[in-house]
Design a protein around this ligand. Structure first.
Ligand SMILES: CC(C)=CCC/C(C)=C/CC/C(C)=C/CC/C(C)=C/COP(=O)(O)OP(=O)(O)O
Length: 403
């Protein structure tokens, strides 16, 4: 249910339009979080009259209070609303018609085997750690992984130069087919079967990921961290929202499903920020800078510095701040990971511990991420597996709390 109240265009929206030439985007403030609402309300009054062409990106139940003072919010807040909505779907058991008949079981087995093979090839450690999960969960995770990989390849793969907005539109229609039980090919059929088996898996994060690919086609600069956050949510945080309903929350958890979803989002954001920090040089050679421009300016770093790969005092200090922020997201992810179903925790801890180590390697390289690629040596990667396994055996902290 959406309000009919006054809404205003956010500064972040204006920045986005500057970069993307997009239609005016307005986000209205939604239920909860009184402190932020008060602050946002002041911002809204300052922003002036409402804007035509309102587009609501976040939808959640309204209270009368919210109707009285709907105001603009940051992308971070609108993503938070998406997460809350996804968490509310966690208990969803409405069956989907997408399951193929028993006759097709052989075809599906083959499709899932293929998904497993792709996962094994590109994400070995993660694949290995999925072996502890129940077969139904494991195959669903592989199918989701393969869909994400194929989506990413549209803008990052060998044929990326030929990917147009139209190709992404077609890919999105195929996605609708998956959720409607009309898969296009075998790999889509595997995903259709997975989302039928786990009805709490919603189409929204999948569509948002395609939006992330659209952003990549249209944009090569990010004005603020809020803009970058939206990008990180779309291309990586969405993976967390797609997979949590499959992985499941520990029956002993008292943490609330929102904590788990927020942790999953945080892991995606942390991984993506890490990926960005590792690849600054590589991205710059493609003319791309995935770092907040306002923060670069404050640090006294110009685009020319980045293109020339200058590892200055300013750069090191800037990188320290960026790394600290990525680590904070990893920390939030830990809280969610600990509350997952025990058999699903291992792959999550493995990916968290492994990816976080890249940040240590950037430090070890003296913050030179222009000419050196930070990578985790094989021995360290292997050592992370038993460490992750031990972590996965620990009961959810919330189950230990006294009630
Ligand atoms: C923490 C909780 C509660 C749940 C976990 C939910 C999950 C699985 C989140 C994972 C999110 C994730 C793996 C996002 C992808 C992020 C990312 C930057 C992937 C990079 O992929 P590649 O491009 O293949 O990486 P490399 O370039 O390092 O090979």
């Amino acid at each position: 249910m959406l309000s009919t109240g006054r809404a205003v265009t956010s500064p972040a929206c204006a920045a986005q339009r500057r970069f993307m030439g997009a239609a005016p985007r307005t986000v209205v403030f939604l239920a909860g979080d009184h402190g932020k609402r008060a602050a946002a309300s002041v911002a809204a009054r300052a922003a002036g009259p409402s804007h035509p062409g309102v587009c609501l990106e976040a939808a959640a139940p309204w209270s009368m209070e919210d109707v009285a003072a709907p105001v603009t919010v940051s992308y971070e807040e609108s993503v938070r609303q998406v997460v809350l909505k996804q968490a509310a779907l966690a208990a969803s058991t409405t069956p989907r018609k997408a399951r193929l008949s028993r006759r097709d079981a052989g075809v599906l087995d083959e499709a899932f085997d293929r998904c497993g093979a792709v996962c094994k090839e590109y994400a070995k450690t993660f694949y290995l750690a999925t072996q502890l999960m129940t077969p139904e969960r494991r195959r669903a995770i592989w199918a989701i992984y393969v869909w994400c990989r194929r989506t990413d390849e549209l803008v990052d793969g060998p044929n990326a130069a030929h990917t147009s907005a139209l190709a992404l539109d077609r890919w999105e229609s195929r996605l609708d087919g998956v959720f409607a039980g009309r898969p296009y090919d075998m790999l889509d059929a595997a995903l259709a079967d997975a989302v039928a088996a786990f009805p709490a898996v919603d189409e929204r994060p999948f569509r948002d990921m395609v939006q992330g690919m659209r952003m990549d086609l249209a944009k090569s600069r990010y004005a603020t961290f809020d803009e970058l956050y939206l990008y990180c949510y779309r291309v990586a945080g969405t993976v967390g929202l797609m997979t949590v309903p499959v992985m499941g929350v520990s029956p002993g958890s008292q943490a609330g499903v929102e904590t788990v979803y927020a942790g999953a989002l945080a892991l995606g954001v942390a991984n993506q920020l890490t990926n960005i920090l590792r690849d600054v040089g590589e991205d710059a050679r493609r003319g791309r800078i995935y770092l907040p421009q306002d923060e670069l300016a404050t640090a006294g770093i110009s685009e020319a510095d980045i293109f020339a790969g200058r590892v200055t005092v300013e750069w090191r200090s800037f990188m320290k701040g960026q790394i600290a922020r990525a680590r904070a997201y990893f920390q939030q992810a830990e809280q969610g990971a600990a509350e997952l179903n025990q058999e699903s925790r291992w792959p999550v801890w493995a990916s968290l511990l492994l990816y976080r180590q890249i940040l240590d390697e950037i430090e070890a390289n003296g913050y030179d991420n222009f000419s050196k690629r930070a990578y985790v040596p094989k021995a360290k990667k292997l050592a992370a597996l038993p460490k992750a396994y031990l972590r996965s055996l620990m009961p959810p902290p919330s189950s230990q709390r006294r009630r």
